[in-house]
Ligand binder design. Structure first.
Ligand SMILES: *[C@@H]1O[C@H](CO)[C@@H](O)[C@H](O)[C@H]1NC(C)=O
Ligand SMILES: [Fe+2]
Length: 426
C-alpha cells in the first residue's frame, strides 16, 4: 500500500478521535522560586492561612530573621486594623539546614463571607487580604493533589485562582522537596498568592515523610512545622489527621503514612469524629487521604497504605455514609461510581483520584484494561477539580484538565448527599 495512503488514513483516524487527541505533556522540572528582590530577611514570606474552628483563621508565615514579631493586625477595611493577635514562633533543623522563623498566629472571631485586610509582623510590612468562607451553602472547594512546583503546577494554580473557590483541599504531596529543604521555602513562595487569600486545608502524602535512616530519624518534620492544621480543635493528637467543618460540610483529613489499624490513635480518633458528625448541621461528609483505595491505573497498585488502610477503615466510612472520598498519589484523574468492597453499592462513597496537580515526576499514563466497571472516567492529564456544594442535597463535581495551559471541563457529575437519600439508612 502506498505510504501516502497510510498517512491519509492515520490523519483521518486522528481527526475522528480529536476529542481525545490532546497531547500528554512531558514532565517539567521543579522551578526554584527565589525570595522577591524587594524583600529582606525581616519580610514575611510564604504566607498561608487555614481554618481553625468555625470562625478563626491561622496565619502562617516565615521570616529569615529570627527576631521578628509573631503578630497579625487585621480589620475589614484596607489600612485600618481594628484588631490584632499574638502567636508563637518556631524553627526546625533538618541535617545541615536550619529553617527560618515560622510564625503561627490564630485570629478571630471572624465574620463569614467577609474580606479581611491583614498585616503580618511589624508596621512596615505590606498589607494582604483574604476572604472567609461562607456560613451556609453554596460553598466551592478547589482540589488538586501531588502539586509540586513545576510550570504545570503554575498552570494548575492559575486555573484554581480564577475559579472563585472558597477553600482549597489538598490530598497530599505538596512541595516535592524530597529532603532538599530550600524547596519547601520555594513552594511556600509559589503558593503564597493563593494560600494567603483563601484557606488551604491539606493532608500529607509520601513526599512529606522525609525520613532518612540514621541521618534524620523523624518523619514529617518540615510538613508539621510549616503546615499546622487544626488538629487540636478536632480532638486529634496529631497534625497528621484532623477534621473541620465549613458551611454544612464535615471534612475529614486522614493520614495514609501513619498508623491506621484498629488499635491506632488515628482509628479511634476517626471513630469518635464520625460519632460527632450531625448530618442535620453538616449534611455533607467528605474524606481526603493520599494513597487511593480504588485505582485502575497501573501506578501504585497493591501498596500497603492503600490495601491495608482500606481493609481497616472502609467499613467505618461506609457505615458513616461518607459522600465522597478524594485521594492523590496517582498522577492522573479517575472517578469511580459509588463503591463498597470492590462492587458498585448505592450506599457507598464516590471515589475520586485527583493526583494531577503537576509535579516533576509527570503523569501516570498506563491503565489496567479492560476498564473496571466501577471506574467511570479516567484520564492521565494535569488539572484540578471543583466541588460546588449547592445545597444540603446537591453538589456538582467538575474536573478541569490543563489543556495546553487552558482549563477545560472534561468530566462533570451531580452528586446527591446521603442526608437527603432515604434509601441508605444512616
Ligand atoms: C438544590 O439544588 C438543586 C440543583 O440546583 C436544585 O435542583 C434543588 O431544587 C435544590 N434544593 C433545594 C432544597 O433548594
Ligand atoms: Fe504520593
Amino acid at each position: 500500500m502506498a505510504v501516502w495512503l497510510m498517512f491519509v488514513m492515520l490523519a483521518f483516524a486522528g481527526m475522528l478521535s480529536c476529542g481525545v487527541s490532546y497531547d500528554r505533556p512531558p514532565p517539567r522540572p521543579s522551578r526554584f522560586v527565589p525570595l522577591a528582590e524587594e524583600l529582606d530577611s525581616t519580610s514575611p514570606q510564604q504566607v498561608h492561612i487555614s481554618m481553625v474552628g468555625h470562625d478563626q483563621m491561622r496565619i502562617s508565615w516565615i521570616t529569615d530573621d529570627a527576631n521578628t514579631p509573631a503578630t497579625v493586625s487585621y480589620g475589614t477595611s484596607p489600612g485600618n486594623y481594628a484588631f490584632s493577635a499574638k502567636g508563637t514562633s518556631s524553627s526546625y533543623r533538618y541535617v545541615l539546614y536550619e529553617s527560618g522563623e515560622i510564625h503561627d498566629v490564630v485570629i478571630g472571631p471572624l465574620k463569614p463571607s467577609t474580606v479581611y485586610y491583614y498585616r503580618c509582623g511589624s508596621d512596615s510590612n505590606p498589607e494582604l487580604s483574604f476572604q472567609t468562607p461562607p456560613a451556609q451553602f453554596p460553598i466551592n472547594f478547589g482540589l488538586a493533589g501531588d502539586l509540586g512546583q513545576t510550570d504545570w503546577t503554575t498552570s494548575t494554580l492559575d486555573h484554581i485562582s480564577k475559579s472563585n473557590y472558597d477553600v482549597f483541599l489538598l490530598p497530599g504531596d505538596l512541595s516535592y522537596a524530597d529532603t532538599i529543604q530550600p524547596l519547601w521555602d520555594s513552594f511556600g513562595r509559589l503558593v503564597e498568592p493563593l494560600a494567603s487569600q483563601r484557606p488551604w486545608m491539606v493532608t500529607q502524602g509520601n513526599h512529606e515523610i522525609e525520613k532518612i535512616p540514621v541521618i534524620h530519624s523523624q518523619s514529617f518534620t518540615s510538613y508539621n512545622a510549616r503546615w499546622h492544621m487544626p488538629f487540636e480543635q478536632s480532638g486529634s493528637n496529631s497534625n497528621l489527621f484532623y477534621s473541620f467543618e465549613v458551611a454544612g460540610v464535615h471534612v475529614i483529613m486522614l493520614g495514609s503514612y501513619t498508623d491506621f489499624g484498629p488499635s491506632s490513635a488515628q482509628y479511634s480518633w476517626l471513630q469518635s469524629d464520625l460519632r460527632k458528625v450531625d448530618r442535620t448541621k453538616t449534611p455533607w461528609l467528605v474524606v481526603l487521604l493520599h494513597a487511593p483505595w480504588y485505582n485502575s491505573n497501573t501506578a501504585h497498585q497493591g501498596e500497603i497504605e492503600s490495601v491495608n488502610m482500606k481493609a481497616a477503615m472502609e467499613g467505618l466510612l461506609y457505615g458513616a455514609r461518607v459522600d465522597v472520598i478524594f485521594s492523590g498519589h496517582v498522577h492522573a484523574y479517575e472517578r469511580f461510581t459509588r463503591v463498597y468492597k470492590e462492587k458498585t453499592d448505592n450506599c457507598g462513597p464516590v471515589y475520586i483520584n485527583i493526583g494531577d496537580g503537576g509535579n516533576r515526576e509527570g503523569l501516570s499514563k498506563n491503565y489496567i484494561n479492560p476498564q473496571p466497571t466501577i471506574s467511570v472516567f479516567r484520564e492521565a492529564s494535569f488539572g484540578h477539580g471543583q466541588l460546588q456544594v449547592v445545597n444540603a442535597s446537591y453538589a456538582q463535581w467538575t474536573w478541569h484538565r490543563n489543556d495546553n495551559d487552558e482549563p477545560v471541563v472534561a468530566d462533570s457529575i451531580w452528586l446527591k448527599s446521603f442526608s437527603s437519600n432515604p434509601s441508605c439508612k444512616m
